[in-house]
Design a protein around this ligand. Structure first.
Ligand code: FAD
Ligand code: 8R5
Length: 465
């Protein structure tokens, strides 16, 4: 008889994992707190987008869903950096258009994944919230939207219930998981740039011939301001979702000193004068949208024997600055589904092996995501940083088996995150030595640099390995 798996959470990771497990012969039930978004309309209603990169795309390819998703995605070739003087320039993410990231709608992606999982035989139970677990008896308690509670058998439970995981809280109550939450101290707020047709003609950038969009659509926009920043990702309908990242508390500017749209408007007039006119509903957006908090979650234990396991944000929520939270969670599903298929009865061993493989990698992306905030908000406009970037690009062209920018390893390959982190550190030491504080990549002897690189670092592993 097919082994029964109970999944908590039908978000991005839960839905994809459910589809993959059902495809490998497991009997999968998913309990999701919210109503079915395909019926209720996506909760929140706003269009919120995410950056999908190679790791997430790879998981979607394995699930046979990549083409469907890409059809509704907007290509982003690089970061468009908007400096204080009003100028902007594109820094490509990869070497060419084969190395790009994709802006996708969270709501549309979630619905597509739910359809695919259902087609694979998964049973979804919406409006069902996990409240408690009896791990020894193998039973879970669920509350419906009216608050009525029931109990069912669930000998093997997997939690894909996000950063505030109820399963994690229940596991922690049974056996402490060694949980540590590190608040970043910065927070965010989302604002919306509507399609160009709703904006005054003189505000629209028509240089690229994209009449629908108020800004270049094929880029992730960054307005770095040192210590804080705005970003914008394109949506398919021609709008952009803008996110303002600021310290949560403390001296100006912080969300504490910008409690309402009146104060925030004056701040935007001063710091983001080119963004403000593109946000016609500024006051409603600012006052109506919540301030989101940002933190990193570290756990010592991701599982309770073979009875319960955490995946995705429930196990390893990270800060957003590398755009890898979903991508990392999708990579989790590939690893877990294949381990489960290899040893279906041995959940205790499989869960332990899953943590052994994934935890060093989720620790590494957590660290790199924190570092990328500094890079995005400060360094993208810093001459020494730009020189290092340029020298890296020259070396990658000359000795591609020996140099690959860390951002490319993270975003465009399947090399383990922990490898990218370690290799990136070693490469950075070398770049610093070669440049010796100079801001001119052109002053470095490239033949000598390539030789040093080949002598000090082993070749990169097979790509996409
Ligand atoms: P979630 O997507 O949070 O899903 C959890 C699900 O569990 C939800 O459906 C929830 O309703 C349900 N649930 C919660 N509690 C219970 C309960 N008690 N019982 C039953 N169900 C429950 N990542 C990227 O890779 N690229 C990006 O560009 C990016 N941008 C982001 C932008 C924003 C605004 C945010 C907030 C995150 C972004 N991320 C991005 C991170 C990404 O959203 C997460 O890493 C990803 O959604 C994690 O998926 P998950 O399924 O683990 O959790
Ligand atoms: N998440 C992203 C990147 C890296 C961009 C670069 C950064 C918004 C709450 Cl902040 C951020 C990236 O280095 O040039 N790729 O994808 C997504 C990001 O933020 C998302 C939209 C976000 C949580 C709010």
């Amino acid at each position: 008889m097919a082994q029964q798996i109970t999944l908590i959470g039908g978000g991005l990771v839960g839905a994809l994992l459910a589809q993959q497990l059902a495809g490998r012969g497991f009997k999968v039930d998913v309990f999701e707190k919210r109503p079915d978004p395909r019926i209720a309309g996506f909760v929140g209603g706003r269009s919120i987008n995410l950056a999908l990169a190679e790791r997430g795309l790879h998981a979607l390819r394995q699930a046979g869903l990549a083409d469907d998703v890409l059809q509704r995605a907007v290509m982003m070739r690089g970061r468009m950096v908007h400096t204080r003087d009003g100028r902007s320039g594109l820094q490509r993410y990869g070497v060419d258009d084969s190395e790009v990231i994709w802006s996708v709608s969270r709501g549309a992606l979630n619905m597509l994944l739910l359809d695919a999982a259902e087609a694979a035989g998964v049973r979804f139970h919406f409006g069902q919230s996990l409240v408690d677990v009896g791990f020894d008896a193998g039973r879970i308690r669920l509350a419906d939207e009216a608050g009525a509670v029931r109990e069912i058998d669930a000998p093997v439970v997997i939690g894909a219930d996000g950063a505030g995981s109820a399963l994690r809280a229940a596991m922690n109550g049974h056996t402490p998981l060694g949980e540590r939450v590190e608040a970043l101290g910065h927070a965010y707020k989302e604002l919306e740039i509507p399609p160009a047709s709703t904006l005054a003609a003189e505000l629209v950038d028509r240089s690229g011939g994209h009449d629908q969009f108020a800004l270049e659509p094929h880029a992730l926009h960054i307005w770095p301001r040192g210590g804080y920043m705005c970003i914008a990702l394109p949506n398919t309908e021609g709008s952009f979702t803008v996110t303002l990242f600021l310290p949560a508390h403390g001296a100006h500017p912080s969300f504490a000193t910008l409690p309402d749209a009146r104060a925030a408007r004056a701040f935007f007039e001063h710091d983001f004068p080119d963004v403000l006119p593109l946000i016609p509903d500024f006051a409603n957006d600012y006052d109506g949208h919540p301030v989101g908090t940002l933190s990193t979650l570290y756990l010592q234990q991701w599982h309770l024997g073979g009875k319960a396991l955490l995946v995705g944000d429930a196990a390893h929520a990270i800060v957003p600055f590398h755009g890898q939270g979903m991508n990392c969670g999708f990579e989790d599903t590939v690893v877990l589904a294949s381990l489960m298929a290899e040893a279906p009865g041995d959940t205790a061993d499989v869960f332990a092996e899953f943590q052994r493989i994934r935890q060093p990698n989720s620790d590494a992306i957590a660290a790199m995501a924190l570092e990328n905030y500094v890079e995005m908000r400060d360094s993208v406009a810093d001459p020494h940083y730009l020189a290092k970037r340029e020298l890296g690009a020259l070396l990658a062209e000359r000795v591609p088996q020996h140099f690959m920018a860390r951002y490319r390893m993270v975003t465009f390959t399947h090399l383990p995150y922990a490898y990218a982190y370690e290799r990136g550190r070693a490469q950075d030491v070398l770049l610093e030595q070669l440049l010796r504080g100079s801001t001119r990549a052109g002053s470095v002897d490239l033949d000598a640099a390539a030789a040093t690189l080949q002598a000090t670092l082993p070749p990169l592993p097979d790509l996409h390995g």
